[in-house]
Design a protein around this ligand. Structure first.
Ligand SMILES: [Cu+2]
Length: 253
């Protein structure tokens, strides 16, 4: 029997109804981040793309230094450089900015993934991980010391659990939000798992570049989020089979 599946993920509760019907495709809808926008999966024909950069305008601030004062045999004897704001000295591109469409109502399928967030030499790798709702994350410990994974989630289930060397914790994220992850053993360690309500997002590379593909033609709001510099939102129009370019510029906050 072909079924019409409808998921509505709304702040803190998950209601699932399954009805039988004559639909050709499963029709899955999610409520988007706090804005009440319901996302419906459809087949995208002649989609366009969005590409661009996120850059910093102004003198590049010197990176914060993280003092390593525990487990130096594993974590290293040198202090570490914070990844809270990573700006390329030449291109001025900002790394690890999450760029996403915030008000798109329908589009390509949400492909839930099992992503990995490693703890290696007492740093989280990657520092920013973006996943769609319904995804899981393997939280790994590649070190030979105990780490403690502490999630500062509000909508998703929060956790605060130790993981021994070589161990793994797997957690699922069903609600869109920005979840800070810290380690209670090594207070300099932090990262973010950014859970998005639709599949139209990307994380900038070391030159601040991003690309989002297979977007239905239309007008949208596109948002950049950076942990220190905050959010920026602009309007963008996407035409069928064309690339729309948007460049975000942050200045000193
Ligand atoms: Cu740790």
């Amino acid at each position: 029997m072909i079924k019409n599946l409808r998921f509505m993920a709304i702040a803190g509760s998950l209601a699932v109804t399954i009805t039988s019907g004559a639909m050709c495709l499963n029709n899955i809808t999610y409520a988007a981040e706090g804005k009440g926008v319901v996302y419906t999966e459809v087949e995208v024909k002649d989609g366009g793309s969005i590409s661009g950069t996120v850059k910093y305008d102004g003198d590049i601030p010197s990176a914060k230094i993280l003092k390593v004062d525990k487990d130096e045999q594993t974590c290293g004897h040198e202090n570490k450089v914070s990844e809270e704001l990573v700006i390329n000295g030449e291109s001025k591109g900002i790394k690890n900015v999450v760029v996403s469409l915030v008000d798109i109502a329908s589009g390509k399928k949400i492909e839930a993934v099992t992503a990995a967030l490693d703890q290696k030499e007492c740093l989280f790798i990657p520092h920013v991980l973006a996943i769609p709702v319904g995804s899981s994350v393997d939280l790994l410990n590649s070190d030979n010391v105990m780490h403690n994974l502490h999630s500062w989630a509000i909508k998703n289930a929060a956790f605060n659990e130790g993981v021994s060397g070589g161990g793994i914790l797997t957690k699922k994220f069903d609600f869109a939000e920005v979840v800070k992850i810290t380690c209670d053993v090594h207070k300099w360690m932090s990262s973010f798992i950014v859970v998005k309500a639709n599949p139209y997002f990307a994380v900038t590379d070391e030159n601040g570049n991003f690309k989002i593909e297979n977007v239905p033609a239309g007008k949208y709001k596109i948002e950049a989020w950076q942990e220190k510099l905050g959010k920026k939102t602009v309007d963008i129009a996407v035409n069928a089979k064309e690339d729309a370019v948007v460049d975000f510029v942050y200045t000193k906050k």
